[in-house]
Design a binder for this molecule. Structure first.
Ligand code: FE2
Length: 252
């Protein structure tokens, strides 16, 4: 039985706040977004979204950015997200925003931030978003994400999420552990440990043809530690492909 997300919160937050745990350590930071949200909106609206089948079985629209680890046999090499070639200007802008939100993160939770940067030192600079605490990100368009934990990040780190929402019923981020849902009546920035805190998006319903909800999530992927220099990644995959083709031809 699926329990509606609405059953899991009694506090609806729509103003900036920092949620602390029992020890007084910040666990969620929620802020109004400072900066030119209009340009950012234009950038995410310009992207071509692919449909991906998430583990929940729901089809969702999203686009990754930044750097990606080796993924299966088909993309068995570290690489820069396709967005950097399809939409270079928009990709650059999204990387700039990663640096901006990092400043807010560093000021909100300096200890955690320092630990995150120390873990990121294991990743080569070519695979890190400049001046940021992240390697990668994703733009989600109108995605009703069910409850989930994020996967693949470094441990005890925060992801930072920008939300741009207009004319939508719902769409709040529900965090049942604290009985809270975060609404986004204005462009907002929210940050938390998505691997440790269960979270989901309250089902959204468009109010008009102009309705949208974009979320831009920045995160630090542990697997990026395995990436060699870009040149060495290319050399590695060339050798591997040759070996695999040789094996295949021997079988035939
Ligand atoms: Fe998530």
């Amino acid at each position: 039985m699926t329990i509606p997300l609405g059953m899991h919160y009694d506090t609806l937050v729509d103003k900036p706040c920092i949620v602390e745990d029992e020890q007084g350590v910040p666990v969620v930071g929620y802020f109004d977004l400072e900066g030119d949200a209009g340009k950012l909106l234009a950038a995410v609206q310009a992207l071509q979204y692919g449909y991906a089948d998430r583990s929940s079985g729901m089809m969702s629209q999203s686009k990754v950015l930044g750097y990606q680890p080796r993924i299966g046999m088909r993309r068995d090499y570290c690489h820069t997200a396709v967005m950097s070639r399809e939409n270079p200007a928009e990709h650059d802008l999204l990387l700039e925003w990663a640096a901006r939100v990092t400043k807010v993160y560093a000021a909100t939770c300096p200890e955690r931030f320092q630990k995150q940067m120390a873990q990121l030192d294991k990743v080569r600079p070519e695979w890190r978003i400049p001046n940021s605490a992240f390697t990668s990100g994703i733009v989600n368009k109108d995605n009703n994400l069910l409850y989930h934990y994020d996967a693949g990040n470094f441990s005890d780190v925060w992801s930072c999420m920008i939300v741009l929402q207009r004319d939508m019923h719902g769409g709040h981020l529900v965090v049942p552990r604290y009985g809270m849902a975060f609404a986004f009546p204005r462009p907002a920035l929210i940050m938390f440990d998505g691997m440790r805190l269960l979270h989901g998006v309250f089902p959204m319903v468009a109010k008009s043809k102009l309705s949208y909800r974009y979320s831009i999530v920045y995160y630090a992927l542990r697997q990026m530690c395995n990436c060699l220099s870009p040149q060495k990644e290319i050399e590695r995959i060339r050798v591997l492909k040759t070996e695999r083709e040789l094996k295949r031809s021997k079988k035939e």
